[in-house]
Design a protein. Structure first.
Length: 308
């Protein structure tokens, strides 16, 4: 995708849609969902959130997230089923409505991150025990862990870290379902690392959301996108600052401006929005081997015609 298209989208950002005849959208930070009984339409917009606030838009981010998640869904369906039924448009999918399980399942291969639940943040304070982990002292930021670890959090606003013991004692999941979730997440992550490596990238960490569909565990929401994952350029992991291909670039800039989620967020400058767009598009293109093409058909027209 060329710079001109990105610049044009910067001037005309894609922030969402309203469609006559469809129910009022449930607006998440990034996605608008139209819930139609057993199915839902998910429209992924260019909205960007960091530290839990929506801060603006990144050109073509919605399309990258939607199409890249669809690519990963097909590459992992032998491991676990997923919610995808049909790609309606580069920004929109028809999916099965699932009953979400009440935890977010994060898998990490490196000791890194900057948010309050990041393993590095907690390790620095000697608090990685909140995930039921115990790591040797003296490790440096960005160290590769011996093997990937699962660090779940609650799915509510608070994003509270959880240990396996808490998940079971609080009855969030049964023993059997938790074992299945943990095992599935680690297998998905291994597939993610293998395919990322073939594209010259490192899948550093990621977050999965699972749901139940007629009693079966399935993957919902998104998978291995640069919003839900950290990707580093392979070879740069030895640098003091590995080269990021994901949202961490924005988080690091916000922290530099003194913003970690409290008070008024600074506006994202155009050059940063374009740089981020470049990273998102590049991650899509490297992984899939395809060129990101702008949509050919109008989203509202397509959504008006959806037959359930
Ligand atoms: N197949 C599905 N069935 C039910 N819920 C789903 C499905 N796929 C995604 N979701 C939910 O839809 C929402 C997607 O919207 P988005 O990613 O913008 O939300 P968010 O900002 O992560 O969270 P919030 O909705 O709390 O603002 C998430 O809450 C996700 O759990
Ligand atoms: Mg989300």
């Amino acid at each position: 995708m060329n710079q001109q298209l990105l610049q044009q989208r910067l001037r005309e950002p894609f922030t969402g849609v309203e469609v006559e005849g469809l129910p009022q959208a449930y607006k998440g930070k990034v996605r608008d969902s139209f819930i139609l009984g057993e199915k839902r339409i998910i429209v992924t917009t260019d909205r960007v959130s960091a530290f839990d606030s929506v801060l603006g838009t990144i050109p073509y981010k919605g399309q990258v997230l939607s199409q890249l998640a669809n690519w990963w869904f097909t590459k992992t369906q032998d491991i676990v089923g997923n919610h995808l039924l049909t790609e309606l448009h580069p920004n929109a999918v028809l999916v099965s409505e699932a009953q979400p399980i009440p935890i977010e399942v994060v898998v990490r291969a490196y000791l890194t991150g900057s948010s309050k639940t990041a393993l590095w943040t907690l390790y620095e304070r000697g608090e990685e025990g909140v995930y039921g982990l115990s790591l040797p002292p003296g490790l440096k930021k960005n160290t590769k862990l011996e093997s990937p670890v699962v660090t779940p959090t609650t799915k509510d606003e608070s994003d509270t870290p959880l240990s396996e013991t808490q998940i079971l004692e609080q009855g969030l999941l049964t023993d059997e379902l938790w074992s299945q979730v943990k095992d599935t997440a680690l297998r998905l992550f291994q597939r993610g690392q293998e395919l990322a490596a073939q594209a010259g990238l490192i899948l550093v960490d990621t977050k999965y959301e699972f749901g139940l569909l007629q009693g079966e565990l399935i993957l919902i929401d998104e998978i291995h996108t640069p919003d839900s994952s950290r990707y580093w350029v392979a070879g740069s992991e030895e640098n003091a600052l590995p080269l990021h291909q994901d949202k961490e670039v924005l988080r690091l800039w916000l922290v530099e401006q003194g913003f970690r989620g409290e008070g008024k967020a600074p506006a994202i400058p155009d050059d940063l929005a374009l740089k981020l767009a470049g990273h998102y598009v590049d991650t899509f293109e490297r992984l899939t081997g395809q060129t990101l093409e702008p949509p050919k058909e109008d989203l509202v027209n397509i959504l008006r015609g959806v037959k359930i």
